[in-house]
Design a protein around this ligand. Structure first.
Ligand code: PFF
Length: 457
């Protein structure tokens, strides 16, 4: 295997040991709270099948081409996203300022992780709650109470999310092959097994037909302007694109692996897992007469309630939250890697020091999210609480803007021979489709949704 590839540069952090390791790592990044916690509830709120259609379109015409662009840029630059964008910006167009796209990405990673780790901390807490049978004979009021007792208690939430951030930093500190790769090799297969067990349970015990109907029957009247933006934002979020996480992972990819094939594999896996997660959630929700549009509490409130009334519910509910924790962990790792790689390369820090300091900064910022569910829950502005705003800002604004810059860079600024030599030296049909999409379709789609989101069209 030639490690360096066509650019001749080598990674400073080592390489993935195989293609499978890369696919597992990027799928680990992509599959997370976005698939299991967020996708079902936003689909529920925004017209079910109508949302799914727009989301799938966004995945194909925006998410996939950008994922390919990020991996190719990452592999060509072989540095952290900031240095890679500066290096390639200079090489391709003499403009070092492209580095700001990397800066935006590294910053977005920390911002996203700051709220992501809080929700992930809930998942960890729920593993313990479920295993301790906290949901036995639950009622709607009692699950709500368990949830509120956790979310509205900054000390408890704070402890769990601190634990989660420490665990994330620990894996990052061990490095690419010994840390990230080892973690995903164990967690990703476990996640798939857990998900299939849950799916089996939902098929047998849930109102499966009703769940399928809800997911796939398009109710376009429920899809608002905001819903459209959510679908685009979610396509970015769920694939982890638009902020350099995939770019950072691409930097460790051996030179002879096919970026196109691997990106397609990751996108298919991520989408399949999101749809399966929804097919786990909704049949159980309907079987128990619960409301499908319960918002962020869907997974944390509706499901424990449902499980409490089903045979083997405590075990299944524990498994669900283990699944959620693993999925969140492998994603959080990828949010922390770009900033960590930057500190190592730019400031000469050790990996352990870089990971600890990045985690510390993220932790400080995340206190705002912790408080937005408790002490500051009444302090609303613009879209609601601090959490509502930061969630919207990162997914629906920062990631699409980052993605727009990345697709313009790969499609317009990079020379055809540079992108072709990374993606497909023969420049076959698949390459031509990618280039046309990355140059025209993807940027126009992003701009159209952003303009519609702010009400211009
Ligand atoms: N893709 C992750 C999820 O669906 O939960 C979230 C995510 C990970 C977003 C990494 C951005 C990122 F860089």
């Amino acid at each position: 295997m030639t490690d360096t590839g066509t650019s001749g540069r080598t990674s400073l952090h080592g390489f993935w040991s195989s293609r499978l390791a890369f696919i597992l790592a990027v799928t680990g990044s992509a599959v997370g709270l976005g698939n299991i916690w967020r996708f079902p509830y936003i689909a529920g709120e925004n017209g079910g099948g109508a949302f799914v259609i727009v989301y799938l379109l966004a995945i194909v015409i925006v998410g996939l081409p950008i994922m390919m662009s990020e991996v190719l840029i990452g592999r060509r630059g072989r540095r952290n996203p900031v240095s890679t964008m500066r290096l390639l910006g200079e090489e391709e167009s003499g403009a070092a300022n492209w580095k700001y796209v990397g800066v935006l990405g590294v910053g977005a990673g920390i911002v996203i992780l700051s709220f992501y780790s809080v929700i992930a901390g809930w998942a960890v807490a729920y593993v313990i709650e479920s295993a301790g049978n906290a949901f036995e004979d639950a009622t709607a009021a009692s699950v709500e109470q368990v949830f509120n007792a956790l979310a509205s208690n900054p000390v408890r939430t704070g402890l769990w999310h601190t634990l989660f951030l420490v665990a994330t930093a620990f894996v990052i500190a061990r490095g690419v092959e010994r840390g990230i790769e080892r973690a995903v090799r164990v967690m990703m297969p476990a996640l798939i097994v857990l998900l299939l067990v849950l799916l089996g349970y939902s098929v047998v015990e849930g109102a499966f037909a009703q769940g399928v109907q809800f997911m796939f029957e398009p109710r376009f009247e429920e899809l608002t302007r905001d819903g459209l933006m959510e679908a685009l934002g979610h396509a970015f979020f769920t694939l982890s694109v638009g902020m350099g996480a995939v770019m950072a992972y691409g930097a460790y990819l051996p030179g002879d692996a096919s970026i196109m094939k691997m990106s397609v594999a990751v996108v298919v896996a991520d989408t399949a897992i999101a749809l399966i997660a929804a097919l786990v959630v909704f049949p159980i929700v309907f079987a128990n007469g619960l409301s499908p549009d319960a918002g962020p509490g869907l997974v944390f409130q509706s499901l424990p309630l449902a499980f409490s009334q089903m045979p083997g519910g405590a075990v299944i509910s524990t498994l669900l939250f283990v699944l959620l924790t693993f999925a969140a962990w492998t994603s959080a790792i990828s949010m922390m890697e770009p900033a960590t790689a930057w500190c190592i390369e730019r400031l000469g820090w050790s990996r352990a020091r870089a990971a600890s300091i990045v985690a510390g900064i993220t932790w400080a910022l995340s206190l705002l999210t912790v408080l937005s569910f408790s002490t500051l829950s009444d302090a609303t502005f613009l879209r609601g609480t601090f959490f509502d705003n930061i969630d919207f800002l990162s997914n629906s604004i920062l990631l699409p803007l980052g993605g727009l810059a990345i697709t313009i860079f790969a499609g317009w600024i990079m020379a055809r021979r540079s992108t072709a030599s990374e993606l497909d030296p023969e420049a076959g049909t698949a390459y031509r489709i990618w280039r046309f999409t990355a140059r025209y379709v993807t940027p126009l789609a992003i701009i159209a949704v952003l303009l519609r989101g702010v009400g211009v069209i």
